[in-house]
Design a binder for this molecule. Sequence first.
Ligand SMILES: Cc1cc2nc3c(=O)[nH]c(=O)nc-3n(C[C@H](O)[C@H](O)[C@H](O)COP(=O)(O)OP(=O)(O)OC[C@H]3O[C@@H](n4cnc5c(N)ncnc54)[C@H](O)[C@@H]3O)c2cc1C
Length: 393
Amino acid sequence: MREKFDVVIAGGAVVGSAAAYFLAQETGFGGRVLVLEQDLSFRDCATARSLASIRHQFSTPENVRLSMFGTTFLRSAAGVLAVDGEAPPDVAFREPGYLFLAREAGCAVLQANHAVQRAEGADVALLTPPELATRFPWLRHDDLAAGSLGLSGEGWLDAHALMNALRCKAVALGAEVRRAKVADVVVTHGRVAGVVLADGQRIDCGWLINAAGTGATALARQAGIALPVQARKRCVYHFTSPAKAPGCPLVIDPTGLYFRPEGDGFLCGIAPLEHEDPESDDFDVPLEAFEQQLWPMLAHRVPGFEAARLKSAWAGHYDVNLLDHNVILGPHPSLPNLLFANGFSGHGVQQAPAIGRALSEWVTYGADRTLDLHALGWARVIERRPLRELNVV
Ligand SMILES: Cc1cc2nc3c(=O)[nH]c(=O)nc-3n(C[C@H](O)[C@H](O)[C@H](O)COP(=O)(O)OP(=O)(O)OC[C@H]3O[C@@H](n4cnc5c(N)ncnc54)[C@H](O)[C@@H]3O)c2cc1C
């Protein structure tokens, strides 16, 4: 007889694991959950290659809300994700903040974003150049007009530890996780009936959740749906510097350069220009970019970084939503029992707890009910009404 689960989740990294956890702990649900993950080493997934940082400084209220719940969840992770009274490995959440810097030309956008964030309750402050100089004496500020600093709730974590803790807790609560690739989606009478695995086995399901990251587009295609999500390579460079930067938050320079502390060094990177950002599935890192592009920017913003030394680098892939750089969340109107959580475009680790909870609410109650996230659904994609996020890093 064919196996049947109430919910099958395709993809078991941070988003799939969060969905499994929230479903497994939802008292109103009580069904069987199966997570299918093609690579349980998680070596190449975005979660494992992420910068693993969290901010409330977005331009879209929905994104602010999603990350604010992320912060609340991370602060309580040791307790809620404990198994048999034993805390999981530390998710290492630290809150040194994000610091968005602006020159004169960027000031109006910084202020408009600040108003959105404050209206959502984010603990952020606008700083003048003298205030920046007092707080961060190592930062060059003479070409800046303002900075926006997260005073609490923003920072970074260990994304791998979070993903593992969510998965282990979901399993402890009854969810199943198997190594398998979803090769096909079976659709009958306008509903997903089940999935076919790469070895030919069929599994029936009441709901299918697409949490396949950059694999989500292929999965959607198998169900006859065109998901506007593409894999785009992002590189992260790890450097050390004899000069220190005490209290350094995650700094976003007006050039697009970002850097933050990591261990005894720093991580940095920059998003490529739109026309230099093709669809990509390779992991090659252009090491010369550190010397040629990043180092001059680093040394300009922090003169002490003049002596920065590259230690290592890695590449990973954003699942970029080509319409508006925001997650596509919830069911497609043509397949009401296929739930999407794709196109995070660089902010999926921090949003995973809130998205996992929203997916569990969809399955249990037919809608996301704690946060109003309808603006992130398929309607805007179908009607080509972008919900554009201005603060994309
Ligand atoms: C360099 C870099 C820096 C980033 N920095 C940040 C950051 O600072 N903060 C932040 O919030 N986010 C950041 N992100 C984005 C974040 O990592 C992703 O948005 C998030 O990890 C997406 O999680 P996911 O579970 O949806 O996808 P993934 O982590 O990509 O996982 C998808 C999983 O699905 C599996 N899969 C795919 N297809 C199938 C199939 N057919 N069958 C079974 N399994 C399948 C894959 O093996 C994979 O394990 C960054 C990403 C990169 C690359």
